[in-house]
Design a protein around this ligand. Structure first.
Ligand SMILES: Nc1ncnc2c1ncn2[C@@H]1O[C@H](COP(=O)(O)OP(=O)(O)OP(=O)(O)O)[C@@H](O)[C@H]1O
Length: 898
């Protein structure tokens, strides 16, 4: 048998025919040369051992007997076996073999080839050839592969007219020589030689592919004027990338195995698609910026570079060059790209979500509190107003001014910040100015509801800041940047968001400059953010409830003032322009007004929390309910669309469809009622498992169980609770910390506990049912007051406060001396302070009439309305879409900026 044409271990993939020649195929065809050759080194085809392409093959036995090219001198027989590709000669006159492939015959003398002048492709690798001069006679030669020979001089033969592809790798060439005569050269492969510098190629104006891997090249050069697309200078001794700026066509560069530290020098190669820098000394991530602009870059290899040691190396690269499809020879996955963006430039939503998660997690780690005045309530969210806008929009001033004027209704939610106080700012009023350490500590203590870093300073709103305002029975006004809002939107709070936006860029800039405290960079940043607000507003309709232009700050205040008054349902006696504090003409009006629009005074400080607490108590069970409820401000996991869909009633208008939450709540009430009727008391573990949404009744008239009888006694403390006689059949939790149940008194360290909670946990949804008991207890009803007894808005607020605390105690067990004050105003409050659950004596089966109305509600509403008429949302059709919107007016929909 003949020896293999490709000895083991010597085959170089760089010489793979497809790899080298495929790109040329089209080019050659374009040239319309008179041949029909496939410009590939298809070794199989050329393999003399394989029959079909060897035109001169005889039978196998015969082959074995013949010694081919003895002494390394090419003979007829060897040529005959190596010929292939029968086609038309370049002159068009003959049918001839166009290709010859004679690998691995230890040839030293190829003189005989001169007689085959029509050959267009000569492949003579793996021989011992040192003299290629016979090839000078092959005028039509297009492709030459003489790799793995002993050639020491580059193309040392009379240049064929059209030589296009040359592979002389694995030879002994020490230097390049002038190749001006080879004008058609398109591909030159000189790997594994001993070449020290690139030269002689200036005139090869068609050279697109140059490979000089494994040589001794120290400097890139000599190719500046060439249309090179593929450059392989791997495994040389190159230290810097240079002289490539002019290679505008460069698509692929392989510089692996050198000593390159910087990618500088690749900045101008806009068409780059692949950069291989494996095994170099690239150490700095910023080097990547040099190839960042290459719009077509898809493959980058930086394996075995020190840069690999950088933390998050892969994601940093992918973040910098997002179009990569392969990095370090590994395909890039979509999730890696997303992770990269989320790591280095997270979208606002991601920042907000992370911020929220962080604060929720930290808050979980803290001892739980359940008496927050702002606990979630599907019906009546704690009323809050958030002024949002870019720095310098004047939102803080507007917020302050609102609080000044409407101090009876609004309190300012003071944020914390790590920035320095300005001369005109008061600590504890404008901000709580704290050190970074303190700020971080507070984060870890779970104090913050949201934080945001702006201009290198941290800002954050603590739950306590809101609570401080809420405890006063006031709605809370805060201001913040957009990112803060995104975090806030993850919480259960449902503020109204008013965008305060300076639309005139110059005015905005002037205002910022006048402050004299910002750097140019900060001003530019703020102005850029102003347009971001505009975009956000346009792209997220409904995100903000309202937009107010703050170019003219007095006008902005007039607008927001009008909005707030509309919201509150109050009328002004003095125009805003006088800037006089707003006064309400008559206290009664104030009382009504305040209660009306939010429906909220109780919801703010008192009842809202009571119901919530009751719910938590229900979950947590008695005696330690304040330890059981987790304190977090995350939004309930009910999607907005669900939780907000089901407004049962729209004022006095037609009912709208109930949402899933409400439906579920009704079902639970029905089932709880059935249990009561059948005498079934759920065991504690079941109560724990059936954790109901922790909603709270919004106000008196929302309390179930306040039947006509009760309401008619409105002049007494019992007016809004169950009739006395029936109360005596119930378990009673007194506000003084004594729970009477089954004839026994349970004194707990924290006072009476979990009235709402004990009530089967249903108190949380405002419809708690307690199992009847034969025992009775007196209530503290006499200390309660009635709404109608209040003669000022302030008192009303205090009532709210009192109720809040009373309710909190009733459920959570905290005790305050004034708990019983005003407690009779609501069922819930009464429960906390008088020892009665607001929901006692209710037959839930009667709660819903055929129209889906709560009969108890409609009854009590009627009575309360007589005292404190409420503008119902029927007058405000736009408000119908919101839970509780039948209770209070809703800010008008947002206006589009455009
Ligand atoms: N808790 C917070 N979360 C997010 N952003 C906040 C928070 N508190 C304040 N900010 C915002 O941080 C930005 C910088 O605060 P700074 O006190 O410097 O504002 P300002 O210059 O007074 O802004 P403006 O004049 O618009 O009120 C402001 O836009 C401010 O509203």
């Amino acid at each position: 048998m003949m020896e293999s044409p490709y000895p083991d271990g010597h085959y170089d993939p760089m010489l793979d025919a497809e790899n080298i020649l495929e790109p040329e195929r089209d080019i050659l065809k374009l040239d319309d040369e008179p041949y029909d050759t496939e410009l590939t080194f298809e070794n199989e085809k050329a393999d003399p051992m394989k029959g079909e392409n060897n035109s001169a093959l005889g039978d196998e036995e015969e082959q074995d007997e013949i010694e081919l090219s003895p002494g390394g001198v090419l003979d007829e027989e060897t040529i005959a076996r190596g010929l292939s590709n029968l086609g038309r000669s370049a002159t068009g006159d003959y049918q001839v073999y166009l290709d010859v492939t004679i690998p691995g015959f230890s040839l030293t003398d190829i003189s005989l080839l001169v007689e085959y002048e029509h050959l267009q492709k000569v492949e003579i690798p793996y021989n011992d050839i040192s003299d290629l001069s016979p090839l000078g006679k092959l005028k039509h030669l297009l492709i030459l592969d003489a790799s793995h020979n002993n050639i020491d001089t580059l193309l040392d033969f009379e240049p064929p007219k059209n030589l296009q592809v040359v592979n002389l790798s694995w030879n002994k060439i020490k230097e390049m020589k002038d190749l001006s005569a080879h004008k058609s050269l398109r591909k030159l492969v000189l790997d594994n030689n001993e070449i020290a510098s690139i030269s002689g190629l200036d005139k090869c104006k068609r050279l697109k592919h140059l490979s000089l891997s494994h040589n001794n090249i120290k400097k890139i050069g000599g190719i500046e004027e060439l249309p090179i697309q593929h450059l392989n200078l791997s495994n040389n001794d190159i230290r810097m990338i240079e002289n490539l700026q002019s290679l505008k066509q460069l698509r692929e560069i392989n510089l692996s195995g050198n000593s390159i530290r910087s990618l500088a020098g690749l900045d101008n190669n806009a068409l780059l698609m692949s950069v291989d820098l494996e095994d170099n000394e690239v150490i700095d991530i910023v080097e990547i910026n040099h190839i960042k602009e290459a719009k077509h870059l898809r493959e980058l290899n930086l394996l075995r570079n020190p840069i690999q040691e950088l933390p998050d190396y892969r994601l940093s690269i992918l973040f910098r060059i997002r179009r990569l499809t392969s990095l370090d020879r590994r395909l890039v996955k979509e999730n890696e790209k997303v992770a990269a963006v989320n790591m280095f430039n997270p979208p606002m939503e991601v920042v907000a979500a992370r911020d929220h998660i962080m604060h929720v997690v930290y808050s979980f780690l803290q001892p739980s509190r359940v008496w927050d005045s702002t606990l979630p309530n599907i019906e009546t969210p704690y009323p809050m107003l958030v002024l949002v806008g870019p720095q310098g929009s004047g939102k803080k001033d507007l917020a302050m001014k609102l609080v000044d004027e409407f101090g009876d209704y609004f309190g300012y939610g003071t944020s914390h910040t790590t920035r320095r106080a300005r001369p005109d700012e008061v600590a504890g009023k404008d901000y709580y100015f704290v050190s970074l350490e303190k700020f971080e500590m507070d984060i870890k203590m779970g104090q913050f509801i949201q934080t945001y870093q702006y201009n290198e300073n941290w800002y954050g709103l603590q739950m306590e800041s809101i609570e401080t305002v809420a405890r006063e029975g006031l709605a809370c006004v805060v201001h913040m940047e957009l990112e803060g809002v995104l975090t806030l939107k993850n919480t259960y709070l449902e503020p109204r968001y008013v965008l305060i936006l300076p639309l005139n860029n110059e005015d905005h800039e002037r205002r910022l400059r006048e402050r004299g405290i910002y750097t140019e960079e900060q001003i530019a940043h703020t102005l850029k953010r102003a347009s971001m607000y505009i975009n956000h507003n346009q792209e997220h309709p409904g995100f903000f409830d309202m937009m107010i232009c703050s170019d003219d700050i007095s006008e902005a205040y007039r607008q927001i003032r009008r909005l707030v008054m509309d919201y509150l349902g109050v009328s002004a006696t003095t125009p805003a322009s006088t800037a006089a504090p707003y006064t309400i003409t008559d206290t009664r009006e104030a009382t009504e007004a305040f209660q009306t629009p939010f429906g909220a005074v109780p919801g703010m400080g008192g009842v809202g929390s009571v119901g919530g607490v009751g719910g938590v108590g229900g979950v947590g069970g008695p005696a330690s309910s304040n330890q059981m409820g987790a304190r977090t401000w995350s939004k309930p996991s009910i999607p907005d669309s669900l939780s907000q869909r089901g407004t049962t009633r729209v004022g006095s208008g037609a009912p709208v469809s109930r949402g899933i939450v409400e439906e579920e709540s009704i079902k639970r009430r029905h089932s709880a009622a059935k249990d009561v009727v059948s005498g079934y008391v759920p065991p504690l573990y079941e109560q724990l498992l059936t954790s109901y949404p922790k909603t709270a009744p919004q106000s008196v008239d929302q309390q179930v169980g306040l039947g006509d009888d009760a309401v008619l006694q409105s002049s007494s403390a019992r007016a809004l609770s169950a009739p006395l006689g029936e109360q005596q059949q119930t378990n009673v939790t007194s506000a003084t910390g004594t729970t009477t149940r089954g004839g026994q008194q349970h004194q707990t360290p924290r006072g009476a506990v979990g009235a709402g909670g004990v009530g089967m946990g249903v108190g949380g949804v405002g419809a708690g049912i307690r199992p009847l008991s034969a025992d009775s207890s007196s209530s503290d009803a006499s200390s309660s007051t009635n709404l109608s007894d209040l003669d000022s808005a302030t008192e009303l607020q205090q009532g709210g406060k009192g109720r809040g605390k009373g309710g909190g105690k009733g459920a959570g067990g905290a005790h305050t001396p004034n708990a019983t004050n005003n407690a009779g105003n609501t069922g819930a409050a009464a429960a906390g302070s008088r020892g009665l659950l607001p929901t006692e004596k209710v037959n839930p089966l009667e709660l819903i009439d055929e129209q889906g109305y709560s009969s108890a509600n409609s009854r009590s509403r009627g009575v309360v309305q007589a005292v404190h008429p409420r503008p119902l949302s029927a007058h405000r059709p736009d408000s119908a879409a919101r839970p509780g919107s039948d209770r209070h007016t809703v800010l008008p929909p947002i206006q589009n900026v455009a």
